[in-house]
Design a protein around this ligand. Structure first.
Ligand code: NG6
Ligand code: CA
Length: 492
């Protein structure tokens, strides 16, 4: 019987692909209510899939959310897990087992493709972009990596394949600094006439110009390795498809982190001008096309049926995140956050509540909408359960096995979930408590309400999804209880 059980478990090793969009809001795809443009490929995932209405990234920015999804641990338990500078050292510890490492144990071949933004190199060292760079994704359980090191708006604007900058000419070495100008490359500040899009003077992004777009940080050299923004989505999709093709005869796990729709938005000409909403809308169309290409490739490789597809975003939406690309002016009646309040960076719902769709064609036969409370931090334990792996040794301490919920077979909420805007929030059933915070209420440049309040906030996020009525004074006991629970989780 034991053998039989193992055999049964052994069959549950579908390929797994996590398609992780960047800054895609809760209302930014048509299956979550966007009307102005359509995302047919993303919408198609909801056909015989589960569309989650209450799924959360761990945080309202990229680095901590990525930390959370890959480690199964709340990022705020560790220092320096905020938005990582472009030259940050690797922030995920290599002595713990990450989700991809756990899947390697289960027999998977694993790949990280696309945006990394979790730092590279040993803590306390400075990355030399011209040599082997480690630790990085390969030391964290990925067999293959093809990544953009940080964000699209940060230098160095190059791809890395495994431990090296791709297409680097050794005679044109890369130097990067986040402190001072290096080399003679033009900068946005000095040569604004060279820019294809202006930057917001309040937000910087006016340093080295790469591909006619100025960035955060200075770089020189590496000219043959520099990306063209219009080609990024196509290149990383090709790399993902290549990896799936080479590994189609065994289970594979692809962590596919697109740069869309983060700034600077400069999609391929195939999409530019197509949405009528400016480059932000065009980038959504590109993202949708990318999803379509990945799905088509799975079908072509004959592995589509047995692939678990998870689509989500790392944090909520922002319009002007440093570049004046007309995202605001051309928005019209589109609501990037749907019915939610706030946006990227915010403790309000739009910060961390994101679209999440799960589909496994061989196993899921009905289209479902799930209101279950679930976090991306739960993928680790859920995929461990799916692939028959035990979690030991303090790995993934905050991850809960929500496999049944992921597959649409249970509606049971996670007991509670902590999310991070600036302050931490605790969500329990229909209640959300936002801990008091002295931070500013409104971020002027990005025009986002951050959810900071020196007083505790309590909302009924079912009836009052826009978090209008603070019920904290009305329900002091609930505030106290939720505060205590949050403290207990923080110190557990
Ligand atoms: C902010 C940047 C923003 C973006 C963000 C990270 C400024 C003023 N703004 O600090 O442009 O890069 O960090 O976005 O520098 S994330 O999605 O990767 O978290
Ligand atoms: Ca992001």
């Amino acid at each position: 019987m034991f053998i039989g059980l193992n055999a049964a478990i052994a069959q549950e090793k579908p390929n797994i692909i996590v398609i992780y969009a960047d800054d895609l809001g809760y209302g930014d795809v048509s299956c979550y209510g966007m009307h102005r443009i359509h995302t047919p490929n993303i919408d198609a995932l909801t056909d015989k899939g589960v569309k989650f209405t209450n799924a959360y990234a761990t945080s309202a920015t990229c680095t901590p959310s990525r930390y959370g999804i890959l480690t199964g641990k709340y990022p705020w338990r560790q220092k320096n897990t905020g938005v990582a500078p472009g030259d940050a050292s690797l922030i995920i510890p290599t002595d713990k087992k990450t989700m991809p490492a756990m899947l390697q144990d289960a027999g998977y071949k694993t790949a990280a493709i696309g945006k990394w933004h979790l730092g590279l190199g040993a803590p306390g060292t400075t990355v030399d972009w011209n040599t082997e760079i480690k630790p990085g994704p390969l030391e964290l359980g990925f067999d293959y990596a093809y990544i953009m090191p940080a964000t699209l708006d940060r230098v160095p604007c190059v791809f890395m394949e495994n431990r090296h900058v791709d297409h680097l000419d050794p005679n044109d070495p890369i130097t990067v600094s986040y402190k001072h100008k290096v080399g003679n490359d033009p900068t946005g500040k000095e040569n604004p006439e060279l820019l294809r899009m202006r930057t917001d003077p309040r937000q910087g992004h006016d340093q080295t110009i790469v591909d006619s777009i100025s960035r955060i940080g200075w770089m020189t050299g590496g000219n043959s390795a520099r990306w063209k923004d219009k080609d990024i989505a196509g290149i990383i999709t090709d790399k993902a498809i290549q990896f799936m093709k080479s590994n189609k005869d065994q289970p594979f796990f692809v962590y596919f982190a697109t740069g869309d729709i983060h700034v600077p938005r400069y999609p391929h000409s195939q999409f530019r001008g197509k949405s009528g909403m400016g480059l932000r809308g065009d980038a959504i169309l590109q993202l949708d096309y990318t999803v379509g290409r990945l799905i088509a490739a799975l079908k072509e490789l004959n592995v589509y049926d047995n692939t678990l597809i998870i689509f989500s975003s790392d944090n909520g939406p922002v319009l002007n995140d440093g570049y004046l690309d007309q995202a605001e002016e051309l928005l019209g009646n589109h609501k990037p956050a749907g019915p939610l309040r706030g946006g990227k960076y915010s403790a309000f719902e739009a910060g961390a509540r994101v679209p999440m769709i799960v589909k496994w064609p061989a196993k899921m036969k009905k289209s479902k909408v799930s209101r279950t409370l679930i976090g991306q931090v739960d993928l680790y334990a859920s995929l461990a359960a799916l692939t028959g792996q035990n979690i030991t040794g303090g790995n993934a301490p905050d991850s809960k096995n929500m496999l049944a919920q992921l597959l649409g077979n249970s509606k049971k909420d996670r007991p509670e979930l902590v999310t991070q805007g600036g302050p931490l929030s605790l969500i329990e059933g229909n209640w959300k408590y936002i801990s008091p915070s002295k931070g500013r209420r409104f971020a002027e440049a990005v025009k986002i309400e951050l959810g900071n309040d020196p007083q505790p906030q309590l909302y009924r996020i079912d009836k009052d999804v826009h978090e209008e009525v603070n019920l904290a004074e009305k329900y002091p006991d609930r505030v106290k209880a939720m505060q205590a629970k949050l403290e207990a989780i923080k110190h557990s």
